[in-house]
Design a protein around this ligand. Structure first.
Ligand SMILES: C[S@@+](CC[C@H](N)C(=O)[O-])C[C@H]1O[C@@H](n2cnc3c(N)ncnc32)[C@H](O)[C@@H]1O
Length: 393
């Protein structure tokens, strides 16, 4: 493909991504993957260039742009090599019209940028939300050891005790070590959230919102495959991805429970008052993961945020029924909005008098309310709020 054709293709893909964001359709990654699958003439260099153009244009626009072309024009304002490619050539974009408007820039739609700012995420902290994420691995201590694991490329240790950092885009899933389960791909922030659970061999631990089990696997390793580890979620598709991952990782203590939304307790009733620890990796707006999903900024609205905060509050209340006296709740959200993090946790502590906040000691992060906040700018991780409360009686 010519460079101009790549730009035009990216514009068309951006149109599809914008439409999907408006209608809560497929995420950008899936739209790109499908296009690449159906257009085999695009070689690996084309694919890489198109991906780069699309994501750069998404990052360049704060609010949802009117069109893919307007988004690309916004990106062109910061990359001088782009404007000459609007040359009207075959398969290329039409020339830029006099006074043609580019989309609006910024970190997020105005209402959301304001909420972030109220949570002290502004300036460099806000801009770093749209940076490029590194590729972090967690060495699986059920099968390997960070000090001795030899990988095909250079790695650096991260703040997490079993963490390694690689160049983004490294194709780790082609390595024998990955197939053998010696490591998992996992952001350092996620690894530190699991560390905060302090899961020990022999305990009963519930990973209430386990999804595909990224954190469950880390908990199984921390427990050295001893004890009970219950992974629950309302999403059958996500939860079903856990079994093959557990098999590869050699994690043998995981039981999965599919929950019914609004009737979550029913599938967990036998665990009432039994758990040493309940981790709530809560469904959230994901403002801390925009480095990976920058178009998520365009999908969120105030109604969805209100739905999420209500659900987080219900999940915290559900967890209180599962924890035994002396046990603990670890509340985790990959959002940096206080209403989902420090504020949500404070409201919980106010309405539940049998739990009290406990300090968490982590090798990164800063205190925020009754918990710890990790940010891309300060910690080089995805953004997280992590807090712990222990049941007194
Ligand atoms: C942040 S994600 C979890 C990611 C996962 N822990 C991991 O490390 O890969 C939040 C999860 O909450 C789940 N969820 C949403 N509503 C829920 C509910 N009512 N009860 C339990 N889980 C729920 C979602 O399906 C999603 O998988």
């Amino acid at each position: 493909m010519t460079p101009a054709a790549r730009v035009q293709t990216s514009i068309e893909l951006l149109d599809a991504i914008i439409e999907a964001a408006r209608s809560k359709g497929a995420p950008a990654d899936r739209i790109l993957a499908e296009w690449f699958r159906n257009n085999r003439f695009a070689g690996s260099k084309d694919r890489r260039a198109i991906r780069e153009l699309v994501y750069s244009a998404i990052r360049a626009c704060g609010p949802v742009p009117d069109s893919g072309r307007a988004a690309m024009l916004r990106f062109a304002e910061s990359d001088a090599s782009l404007a000459p490619l609007f040359d009207g050539s075959n398969y290329g974009p039409a020339p830029i019209g006099a006074g043609e408007a580019a989309a609006e820039g910024g970190v997020a739609p105005a209402w959301l940028a304001q909420r972030l700012s109220q949570s002290d995420i502004e300036g460099a902290e806000a801009e770093a939300l749209l940076g490029r994420a590194p590729l972090d691995l967690r060495v699986n201590t059920l099968k390997a050891d960070r000090a001795t694991l030899a990988l095909p490329v250079e790695t650096a240790n991260t703040d997490a005790p079993h963490g390694l950092r690689l160049e983004p885009g490294t194709q780790v899933e082609q390595w024998a070590e990955w197939r053998e389960g010696a490591f998992e791909v996992q952001d350092t922030g996620s690894q530190l959230a699991c560390l905060a659970v302090d899961a020990k061999p022999g305990e009963t631990v519930i990973d209430l919102c386990a999804g595909g089990g990224g954190k469950t696997l880390a908990l199984a390793a921390a427990m050295d495959n001893l004890g009970r580890l219950i992974a629950s979620d309302t999403d059958r598709g996500r939860l079903s991805r856990l079994a093959p991952r557990a098999e590869r990782a050699g994690a043998t203590i995981i039981e999965t429970r599919l929950l019914d939304p609004k009737r979550e307790f029913e599938a967990l009733a036998d665990l009432e008052g039994q758990a040493d620890a309940v981790m709530i990796d809560a469904p959230c707006s994901g403002t801390g993961t925009w480095r990976r999903n920058p178009e998520a900024r365009w999908r969120l609205d105030e109604a969805e945020l209100a739905r999420l905060t209500a659900l987080q509050s219900e999940l915290l209340d559900l967890a209180t029924r599962l924890v035994k006296p002396g046990g603990r709740i670890i509340y985790v959200t990959c959002s940096l909005l206080d209403e989902e993090g420090a504020g949500q946790f404070e409201a919980f502590l106010e309405r539940v008098n049998t739990f009290s906040p406990q300090g968490i000691s982590l090798p990164a992060g800063r205190p925020r309310g009754n918990g710890i906040r990790l940010t891309p700018y300060h910690d080089g991780t995805d953004g997280f709020f992590i807090a712990r409360a222990d049941r007194s009686c």
